[in-house]
Ligand binder design. Structure first.
Ligand SMILES: C[S@@+](CC[C@H](N)C(=O)[O-])C[C@H]1O[C@@H](n2cnc3c(N)ncnc32)[C@H](O)[C@@H]1O
Length: 819
């Protein structure tokens, strides 16, 4: 009998991850049984469930073996335990989470045992309710999730949530007819003087009572801070964008993007992130000028340098000893001259090992080097890991996954040694943003981290001071020409407090750039692939004061976890799901944009100079990564909300029962440091952009990027807008929302008659249902929704709803009670 092609495909998929058939077979059998032969569940996400189940089984086997070993030699136990504890801790913690019924919202993170316990129909990742909340995305044509009648978010998040298997992203880039991914909204600012601008608030989903995320005994930042923009989920072309999970937000929260990352099950090691800056790959040629693609002239400036390496963990309340230790370790590793080796033996075994030699001459990291710490590094890092099976090929994976011109080592085909010196690897890595992402987001424990050392990382900023950015505002305002001079003192302060930051910026800017804060011909000062001009044809307002950074920067205590694991299989598998989204975001802005003074009183805005297709990546929301506590501090210290109109909360603890403290939860504040996204204005309805969270460095939920994608075709010169999700009726908010001038038909800031509101609510609801049906019931499944529409609904709304075949619409001359 001919082999089942689906089985063969499964084998093939696993083979590409380095898993041999012998290992696949039993697990596949089991899964098929569990899933009642529902192949789709197995095939989803490039066989993620299968791969995870295999990995899980391997882990369990290893655990068993370890136990056996422990029983036979008690003496060895102690030593072994010491050695293994560090690397295994994350896994243990992970399991603990599962045991506690915490997150693991995805099938991918579910063990076989769990699968057995689970009721398949319930856990089906395609089940409507989960996917719906996850993916309902506001869009011109579809429901604005934010306006949907969501039920209140339970206090305990995600408990009982069914696993959700995100579909692989299929990204289109603007240059190639569109891109996709996930973005995130942000804040508000006082455009005119009629209101105080609140920080960007969570996208309020209609007027639902949104859940309290904070512990009862303590007001979280989201409660204390004013308006924030809630995350809304894009509903782009089915199959094109993978939509993040959506959560309810406290209407007082700042923006909290939700996503359903792929690797809830991955082990974590808490170490400071050392993000490899996405180097632009090949630069595209073009003419310079407004919005044009910048012509490449040599290598892209290397990105931001890392934090200074100070033992800041000590300053961070609540940081565990483990975390500190890992931070120290990481610093030490970076500090040392390290050698990363990836090798495959003739028998096919692949090993990754790191050797660390103290480099006494180096002074660029401030972490004190002590013998004890170095010893720890040696104990815990100088190990080789058996990684994968014989069919695993470093070269192939790297080439396949990163589409880069990286060729690792030699003679992989004949099984001889492939060895990459870390320096060589780093040089090569610099040329591949995708590979950067891979290393950054999944670097195997302490192994790959070493390779980051020479690369750029998220810079850590000194606290803002009165002489710092704020002064620059003054300088900026007083400048009459188009250039805002940087306050000299600011530089001095930064130099003193954070030499690394200055160094980073120097590496990014020409000496001429260093002198100017804003160049209206290119506010990005050459840091983006494109030139972004700023024009003001409306009034005399000067360019705003902030420092342009193309990439997020870390402020003070913000602590970004670096998820890692010693399992390359997991690493690569995860990447295979995420690479597209990450890559498109990391490549940076690729379309022609312009900052302009809006004629409608919204202040500066952002527009496109070229037609954009639906689903095109526009830009990332870049700012300072702060803890919520730091943001609160900033906001409470500022006299007006205006200067803090740009923060966005990251939903750092979604997918977990654990409520992060304000000292741990993160947000992005583009007030002082930001990119072009800080100019994107709010629009209540029919906004052109949607925000999508993208995990680039780490698949945990603590930190991620926010990327903006178009929700529809956007014409050249159209303003790019985003629904901040502000509840303009929330008058209890500590900070009053700005008066919305979005001008959209369904502006939420316009007083309407109750009848009108009722109609609006009803329309929103219908749109929601339509989206829901579209997402969870693809065409092959019919849902016969019967709607009775209020007859005064305009023909275009009717058409919009009517286009979903699943809906049959009946018009009546009766009012509909929307409640
Ligand atoms: C993230 S900033 C957007 C850029 C801002 N317009 C500027 O000039 O820098 C958010 C601020 O812009 C203004 N804004 C954004 N959308 C608006 C809208 N629809 N109506 C009025 N003001 C708006 C508000 O002052 C808000 O606090």
């Amino acid at each position: 009998m001919a082999p089942n092609p689906r089985v063969l495909n499964a084998f093939r998929a696993m083979r590409s991850l380095g898993i041999i058939e012998e290992k696949v077979k039993p697990v596949l059998k089991k899964l098929l049984k569990l899933y009642d032969k529902n192949w789709e569940l197995i095939e989803e996400e490039n066989y993620r469930a299968l791969a995870d189940a295999i990995f899980e089984q391997e882990d369990e086997l290893a655990e068993e073996q370890k136990k056996k070993h422990e029983n036979t030699d008690q003496v060895e136990i102690d030593e072994e335990a010491q050695v293994h504890e560090e690397s295994e801790r994350p896994l243990k913690r992970l399991r603990l989470r599962y045991q506690e019924g915490n997150s693991s919202p995805r099938l991918g993170g579910t063990s076989l045992r769990q699968l057995e316990e689970a009721e398949l129909p319930e856990t089906c990742p395609r089940q409507g309710s989960q996917d719906i909340t996850q993916s309902s995305q506001p869009n011109t044509e579809n429901v604005r999730a934010g306006s949907l009648p969501h039920s209140p978010q339970p206090l305990v998040r995600n408990k009982g949530k069914q696993p959700v298997l995100p579909k692989p992203l299929r990204i289109q880039e603007p240059s190639q007819a569109g891109c996709t991914d996930r973005t995130q909204p942000f804040g508000t600012r006082v455009a005119e003087s009629d209101s105080v601008s609140p920080p960007l608030r969570l996208r309020e989903k209609g007027k639902e009572p949104l859940s309290q995320i904070a512990p009862k005994d303590k007001k979280s930042i989201s409660e204390r801070l004013p308006h924030a923009v809630p995350l809304k989920e894009p509903k782009l072309e089915p199959g094109v964008v993978h939509l993040p999970k959506q959560k309810m937000h406290n209407s007082r929260s700042l923006i909290k993007p939700k996503d359903e990352p792929f690797t809830d099950d991955m082990p974590q090691v808490l170490v400071p992130i050392r993000v490899i800056h996405p180097e632009a790959l090949s630069k595209e040629n073009s003419s310079s000028g407004n919005g044009s693609i910048r012509e490449a002239s040599g290598p892209e400036p290397l990105a931001l340098q890392s934090e200074d390496g100070e033992d800041q963990s000590d300053e961070v309340p609540g940081l565990s000893v483990e975390r500190r230790t890992n931070r120290e370790l990481a610093n030490i590793v970076v500090e040392s001259s390290s050698k990363l080796q990836i090798a495959s033996s003739p028998s096919g075994e692949v090993k990754i090992s790191l050797t660390c030699n103290s480099a006494p001459g180096r002074t660029d990291f401030h972490m004190p080097r002590t013998d004890a710490l170095l010893k720890m590094v040696e104990d815990k890092c100088l190990r080789s890991f058996k990684i994968l099976d014989p069919s695993f090929s470093v070269t192939k994976i790297m080439e396949d996954m990163c589409e880069c011109f990286l060729v690792l080592g030699t003679d992989s085909a004949n099984g001889s040694q492939e060895t990459i010196d870390v320096t060589t690897a780093v040089d090569l890595l610099k040329q591949s943003s995708a590979l950067d992402a891979m290393v950054a987001s999944n670097g195997s424990a302490s192994t790959l981290r070493a390779s980051e050392a020479p690369l750029s990382r998220i810079p850590r900023l000194p606290p803002p001071s009165s002489e710092g950015v704020a002064d620059c505002t003054q300088t900026d305002k007083s400048t009459t020409d188009n250039i805002c001079e940087i306050d000299k003192e600011q530089n001095g302060i930064e130099q003193e407090n954070s030499p690394s930051l200055l160094e980073v910026e120097r590496s990014q800017l020409t000496s001429g750039d260093l002198r100017s804060l804003h160049d209206v011909n290119d506010i990005a000062k050459g840091q983006e692939r494109v030139v972004i001009a700023l024009v003001n044809e409306v009034n005399n307002e000067h360019p705003p004061s902030f420092r342009y950074v193309p990439q997020n920067v870390v402020f003070q205590n913000a602590y970004v976890n670096f998820l890692s694991g010693s399992d390359w299989g997991k690493l690569l598998f995860t990447l295979s799901c995420k690479q597209c989204g990450n890559r498109v975001v990391q490549r940076g802005i690729n379309c022609k944009l312009q900052v302009f003074m809006t004629p409608g009183g919204k202040g500066w805005g952002l527009r496109t100079l070229q037609d954009l297709p639906k689903g095109a990546f526009v830009c990332e929301y870049v700012g300072e990564i702060l803890t919520n506590a730091e943001l609160y501090e900033r906001v409470s210290q500022s006299s007006s909300g205006e200067e803090h109109a740009y923060p966005v909360l990251l939903d750092a603890d979604w997918g977990s029962e654990v409520v992060l403290k304000d000292e741990e939860a993160l947000c992005l504040d583009a007030t002082h440091y930001g990119n072009v996204a800080r100019f994107i204005n709010h629009r209540c309805f029919d906004s052109t952009l949607v925000e999508i969270p993208v995990e680039v460095e780490t698949p945990d939920h603590h930190y991620y990027h926010l990327a903006f994608f178009t929700t529809r075709k956007v014409k050249a010169m159209e303003e790019l807008t985003w629904d901040y999700g502000i509840d303009f009726d929330d008058h209890d908010h500590p900070v009053k929302a700005f008066k919305c001038r979005c001008g959209s038909r369904f502006c939420r800031n316009i007083k309407r008659s109750s009848m009108r509101l009722q109609v609006n609510a009803y329309v929103w609801f219908l749109e929601f249902l339509a989206t829901l049906a579209e997402i969870c019931c693809p065409s092959e499944v019919g849902i016969d929704f019967q709607f009775i529409l209020y007859s005064s609904i305009t023909p275009d709304v009717e058409a919009k709803i009517g286009r979903f075949a699943k809906f049959s619409i009946k018009l009546q001359d009766e009012s509909v009670d929307c409640s």
